[in-house]
Ligand binder design. Structure first.
Ligand SMILES: [Zn+2]
Length: 86
């Protein structure tokens, strides 16, 4: 089984699913728009990653594909990385 999953919905944004250790995680990047650059002078260019969230999952929330064959429950959790500040 492949260690990542990408389907049609995820092609519309910077989003991808991968296996990270024992868990499958959904990663979503929030990228800078022109308005973000005007509001925040730390940002340098349109399209740069402002924030990234990583969420533990068992199924793909977009197509329903079952990622984990494990019967163990996935403990809800996330990591948030904020790249908009120094
Ligand atoms: Zn999917």
């Amino acid at each position: 089984m492949s260690d990542n999953h990408k389907c049609e919905s995820m092609a519309l944004a910077e989003a991808w699913i991968e296996k990270s250790g024992r868990y499958w995680v959904l990663n979503i990047n929030s990228v800078a728009t022109e308005q973000d650059l005007e509001d925040n002078h730390y940002l340098e260019e349109i399209g740069q990653t402002i924030r990234q969230v990583t969420i533990q999952i068992k199924f793909c929330p977009y197509c329903g594909f079952k990622l984990s064959k494990s019967r163990n429950n996935v403990i809800p959790g996330f990591e948030l990385h904020d790249f908009s500040k120094w």
